[in-house]
Design a protein around this ligand. Structure first.
Ligand code: 6R9
Length: 661
């Protein structure tokens, strides 16, 4: 622990990243789960003994039209997996389950936001709908390798559209339905998409929210788009142009038969643009065989998915990678029954998620820390009103989960019986990389624990040396993995520069990490956000977690602001729990709490109580904007912000900002 010990040798305190937070709580896997777990501790040994043989066995869980000749071709940093293999992703996700006699099994329970609006799709229904949509795309002239932009609400036609593209070998590029016209046109142009699939609108926060006008606006910049396929969802009035065609006019009259042709294991499956908190968005390119292998295997292993009995719900939007990998491809490849929910967690009431869990008897729930902290803020009494005894595994993704949020999730959602799997991965990694295994790992609140079998993640210092237990530094991945991005669409050099140049021969995801005394991994946020306070590199995550461990705090974001004395000083923005009163001395109370938890070096200079925090559309805190506020600058690019009124709310809090000491 690197507290601010007076007289300590300065060289000794120049660690790459401080390790301040100590956590002693541990939760063993439930005995029953461990006994019948899909994956046991042996998987780690098998993968360590022969990594490629391990991934070959994972690939054998899929149905291949032609087996691969070479498991991995590695010309750093360009990887090809299962070279020479051929398969059809849509066949693997849909048809093969029908052929195996599971046509009547539910693939998706879809729950619209307006109450009572629901739809059930079996695997046979999905096969029929995907086949029709694939025929429709072909009628529009879409061929293998063409790009299709998808800009849709969370309705069943969205996964159907993805699978229809995959079936014919067209490359989908999903753009999150909340993005602006300029974000959409930029992505359409970068990928040179020929067709756009959209809807009139979707339901959000109790009202129809239009999408089609944004597409019309975007397409003014995109002359090469030949057709727009429009699903009628809300029934709202929209403009119809020559290139527009209704989904129900075109798709409904198609044949229900469509022959899935085999595609090459390395044929592109999709492009997904990363949120682009800095600079021009990057089109992350994923291919076919390796991606499906790792998404399917990790979904089977990390969630212990039992397709016969589990009801699985991932609350992400399909517009970001979690939805691609863990609502569409992984679960369907495994023949799972999933829930898809269209709307927001507070519509029409703040118990909506738990009502959905109760209604469908959800057994596995996968959500994000931002949602969990919001539920903590709303109060324990809300989930307590619902029967959630069906739940058996809980997952978290998207940001570091604060230990306190983890414990709250485990207790108040998981009834203290469900293991929590904190899964670290990225759009770029395609699938989960670091996570506990629920039947094997004794989980620690806040830790992602170990790289999964077959993944060689490590923590290194700035000289690329592995840090010892107790040390902090940069997360890296040493060897290629099946679902890794293959490049940035149209820009190999940017791919090399962004991910493979910081450390020779290693993938650098841009995250800080520490390895604790037991050798378990903790993710500490983006290295760009690390604060340099009096010569110590302090992670935002540890200070935020210390704040959230105070009973009055639901959520916190900290940033380093320029300081004449310490280089940078910590400024914290906090949201209080529903039950907590804002008192005059709350700032002092919280500052002392952090100092007590992490040591005096981590004591924030300033604490602001705010009503909301600025977040990206996928729920990640945008610290960059808070840094602007903390340093009294005008705000930078706010286009990826969910709700830009939030920054005004925060600004009104500023005059009352107190700086103590
Ligand atoms: C899946 C997804 C990737 C970035 C990643 C990291 C953060 C995601 C995390 C986590 C700590 C976890 N992140 N999961 N940090 N613990 N369990 O979120 O993809 O949107 O590309 O974001 O999110 O900083 O580098 P993406």
């Amino acid at each position: 622990m690197a507290a601010d010990t007076p007289g300590r040798d300065p060289v000794e305190t120049q660690e790459t990243l401080s390790n301040l937070l100590q956590e002693t709580r541990k939760f063993a896997p439930p005995a029953e789960l461990a006994e019948s777990a899909n994956v046991t501790a042996a998987a780690y040994e098998e993968a360590a003994a022969d990594r490629l043989a391990f991934w070959e066995r994972a690939a054998e869980r899929l149905t291949w039209d032609r087996r691969w000749d070479t498991t991995l071709e590695w010309n750093p940093p360009f990887a090809k997996w299962f070279v020479g293999g051929k398969l059809n992703v849509a066949y693997n996700c849909v048809d093969r389950h029908v052929e195996a006699g599971n046509g009547d099994k539910v693939a998706y329970y879809w729950e619209g936001e307006p109450e009572g609006d629901s739809r059930t799709l079996t695997y046979a229904d999905l096969k029929r709908e995907v086949s029709k949509a694939a025929n429709a795309l072909q009628e529009l002239g879409v061929a293998k390798g063409d790009r299709v932009a998808i800009y849709m609400p969370m309705i069943p036609e969205l996964p159907i559209a993805l699978l229809a593209c995959a079936r014919i070998g067209a490359i989908h590029s999903v753009v999150f339905g909340g993005f602006s016209a300029s974000a959409l046109s930029g992505r359409i142009l970068d990928a040179d998409a020929k067709v756009v699939i959209t809807a009139d609108g979707g339901f959000r926060r109790g009202a129809p929210s239009a999408l089609k006008p944004t597409v019309d606006e975007a397409l003014k910049e995109c002359p090469d788009v030949t057709s727009v396929l429009v699903v009628r969802r809300t029934g709202q009035e929209i403009d119809f142009n020559d290139r527009d065609v209704w989904w129900h006019d075109l798709v409904d009259r198609q044949s229900e038969e469509h022959e899935p042709v085999p595609h090459d294991a390395e044929d592109p499956l999709y492009i997904l643009y990363t949120s682009g908190t800095t600079g021009r968005p990057k089109g992350i390119l994923h291919t076919t065989g390796g991606y499906l292998t790792q998404t399917a295997w990790t979904h089977h292993a990390v969630f212990d998915l039992k397709p016969e009995t589990d009801i699985y719900w991932c609350t992400a939007d399909i517009g970001w990678v979690t939805g691609h990998s863990y609502i569409v491809y992984g679960p369907l490849a495994n023949g799972a029954t999933s829930v898809i929910y269209e709307g927001t967690p507070d519509t029409p009431h703040k118990g909506r998620f738990w009502e959905v869990v109760q209604k469908y008897k959800v057994t596995i729930l996968y959500t994000a820390p931002t949602a969990i902290r919001t539920f903590m803020k709303w109060g324990d009494d809300i989930p307590a009103k619902f029967d959630m005894s069906s739940l058996r595994v809980l997952g978290s993704v998207g940001e570091p989960i604060n230990p306190e949020a983890y414990v709250w999730y485990r207790e108040h959602i998981g009834g203290s019986r469900c293991p929590v799997v904190d899964t670290w991965w990225q759009t770029e990694t395609g699938a989960i990389m670091i996570s506990p295994l629920p039947g094997v790992t004794a989980g620690k609140p806040g830790a992602a624990m170990r790289p999964l079998p077959g993944i060689t993640a490590d923590v290194v210092d700035d000289q690329a040396q592995s840090v010892p237990n107790g040390g902090g530094g940069f997360l890296v991945v040493r060897d290629p993995w099946p679902a890794m991005l293959r490049t940035i669409w149209g820009d190999d050099q940017r791919y090399i520069d962004t991910y493979w140049s910081r450390f020779d021969g290693m993938y650098f995801p841009g995250d800080g990490s520490k390895r604790d005394e037991d050798g378990d991994l903790w993710l500490l946020g983006r290295v760009d956000d690390v604060m340099l306070v009096s010569g110590h590199n302090i992670s935002t995550t540890e200070v935020e977690s210390a704040l959230v461990s105070h009973p009055k705090v639901a959520e916190a974001a900290v940033v380093g602001a320029t300081d004449p004395v310490t280089g940078q000083a910590i400024v914290a923005f906090t949201i209080l729990r529903g039950s907590a009163e804002e008192s005059a001395d709350i700032a002092a109370e919280l500052r002392n709490h952090v100092a007590k938890t992490l040591g005096p070096i981590a004591k924030p200079r300033q604490i602001l109580v705010v009503p909301e925090l600025p977040k990206t559309r996928s729920g990640k805190i945008m610290r960059r904007l808070l840094r602007d506020v903390a340093e009294n600058r005008s705000l930078g690019d706010v286009t990826t912000l969910t709700d830009d009124s939030v920054m005004n709310l925060i600004a009104t809090k500023l005059p009352s900002a107190k700086s103590e000491d």
